[in-house]
Write a protein that binds this ligand. Sequence first.
Ligand SMILES: [Zn+2]
Length: 476
Amino acid sequence: MDFEPVIGLEVHAQLATHSKIFCRCSTEFGKEPNHNTCPVCLGLPGALPVINRRAVEFAVMLGLATNCEIRLDSQFARKNYFYPDLPKSYQISQFDRPLCEHGWVDIEVKGETKRIGITRIHMEEDAGKLIHEGEDPNASYVDLNRAGIPLVEIVSEPDIRTSEEAKAYMEKIHSIVTYLEICNGDMEKGNLRCDANVSIRPNDKAPFGTRTETKNLNSFRHVQACIDYEIGRQIDVTLDGGKIIQQTRLWDANKKQSKAMRDKEDSHDYRYFPCPDLPVVDIDQNLIISLREKLPELPDDKKARFQEDYSLGHYDASVLVVSKEMANYFEETVKNGATAKTASNWITGDLSRFLNETKTSITESKVTPERLTGLIKLIEDGTISGKIAKSVFETMFETGKEALEIVENQGLKQVSDETQLREICDEIVRASPSQVQEYKAGKQKVFGFFVGQAMKQTKGQANPQVINQILKELLS
Ligand SMILES: [Zn+2]
């Protein structure tokens, strides 16, 4: 029996404002516990919230970038629940009048574009944090530095059908918020995290099944793994004749499985009502117009432009635009005089690999766009072979030296001198009579043997084109 998974994601993004959403406390990460607090975010009686204008502007920009309608009179509401990291016993969020609605983004999976609807984007405050590893092993500690950091919650339509699509969607949201520079996007710090709603149904015409929600997934990998796990679990339960229970689940990244945390609440359980402390968020059309004008070039537009301006393939362009920094790096390299396709190959290939392995960001790379261009030019003018270039690149990445300096110091220049190479080739041919015979008898593959020998004798520094040409002559 086949099942169709139905998936919707709720992505929380912390807005990169300097101060919190309803008070002037700093949002700086890593401060002493409860350092960034005041009566408002401590939830002291009588303290009144004041909305942060910048946070609203950031949220509107996100709405515009995801093709949403912007509500001109959105409203904050109290979401009532008790938890020790929420001192007011309610979270200020939005309910029936969210800031943005009815948007969409396009994702790409296996070369196919798919549109995922965005139901709504609303603003809310983040909660504090419980710390369970403190001086007293039996105590839990509360840190309210995070309480009141502005969040947007981006709720997708249940348009996602596979864990791969979910990952692509999450990556797309990450790209958009970081392009807009409204969120730092550091998932390890919880800047961007998501809850995954998953259900299954027997076929694509059947009504939606009962869904579960897995909370707080803070990496693309976890999103994908958790959804695969949940689909499998629901299929097993169903095939065993059991029923799926509407519940909230928690992902354990080490065990790669989730466990039930509590039965899931419905929205009426929270007794939402308009927050009497805050006025309606009155948004002016002129503000929307000016924010729209300020939107940067977004990933999809950049991708189209890269394909057009640099004649890049669809795949290359897609990889390059995932991060704004990588896209900028690429354009810098080309501006310095590197061929677009070669630059793209180096950036998406060796450079990305080294960055990943050393957990370095591209802006911190010792190989700057200028230096990469230097290396590419040395390959293109025949000074070094592509093979040598790989090892030069490695040294560049470690030391930050110029390609030319490394090539000169280590004597890596490509040997293109015909007389010199002809002598070497002559000798190889003379020393390998049986291979010569095989080749002349029609075994084309043996040609590779001769090239290999020549490369070996020149420590990989022979110009392969010249070698090929000489060997063909000698063996004809
Ligand atoms: Zn505060």
